[in-house]
Design a protein. Sequence first.
Length: 374
Amino acid sequence: MNIGFDAKRAFQNRTGLGNYSRTLIRSLAEIYPQHQYFLFAPKTKPLFRPPAGMQAVLPVRAHHRWLKSVWRSRWMVKDLQRQEVDVFHGLSAELPFGIHRTAIKTAVTMHDLIFERYPQQYNPIDVLTYRKKARYACEQAHRVIAISEQTKADLVEFYGTPANRISVCYQACDPAFETLHSQEAIAAMLQQYGLPAQYFLYVGSVIERKNLLRIAEALHQLKGRLDIPLVVLGDGRQYKEKVKQFLRQKGLEKQVIWLNEVADFAFKDLPALYQGATALLYPSLFEGFGIPILEALWSRTPVITSRGSCFLETGGNAALYVDPLNPAAIAEAMEQVAGNGTLVEGMKEKGILHAQNFTVPKCAEAVMNVYENL
């Protein structure tokens, strides 16, 4: 088969959508080398170096290069036909308009419909744009791939997508998280970034839905009882300032280390950062999958996360689940993990077992099965 991907996020996005795209593309090329793969992208960047033999297809005509977004959303269809693509996979919730009028078989991965559940947290124009693209993709794709049962349920609820047209293909995370680092290597990493020997970890954008403020409130409740600092790997704007204001008011500035502000953190050090943490704190209000949970499970790091949404799917029986709206519940879970070694060892053992459900080969096999049955 000639398989094409919408590879914009693979080349340009450093976080969730980009990681999903890069991991899937690499694994398919490695495990199923009998197929030809094409990466359709407005431009390439050093962030992603495609596997050998994989072809990047960029806009060539002058007006396509000048209007890259239009090329990606509409004009790219002609290039798909020129490359004789049999299957095209929209990796990030969209397909080029007009592709349904061709003979090309299509799949689209839907990660979440958070913009439908929490539209007030988005620019109204962005919501309309996301909705138009997502609805078209879900209506016209030959197969819709959901990254969790939660996302599948949302597609049925919000868009009326027939359940029998949706395949749940769980995602994997970078295999780098499977490698355990020595205590010496972790200590060296902490020294390099000026981090303490003991810390809780937060990974993700600093936005309202991710709920960092309630973690800060939990830190305030623990003041004088449990003074383990929090390392935040992620950035934000208005909501971040709101969290910082709370920390200043409560005299907790030194309890939170904003890693992006104190160091140029390298992705290669992220597995060691997880492995050195007392626990990952992930009391998000809603996610499509929650990839930091999986990264933590592979890293043998305890996870404190939320009840509801997709979190039980991702965390299984390995995580501690709390009411994300209750800072006291978050604080209690933090105390449990910090003070109960037996609990922690059990969480680590359960975590690595549950993580086996989300391996790179399993993810690649599930997606390839979709292609072969289109």
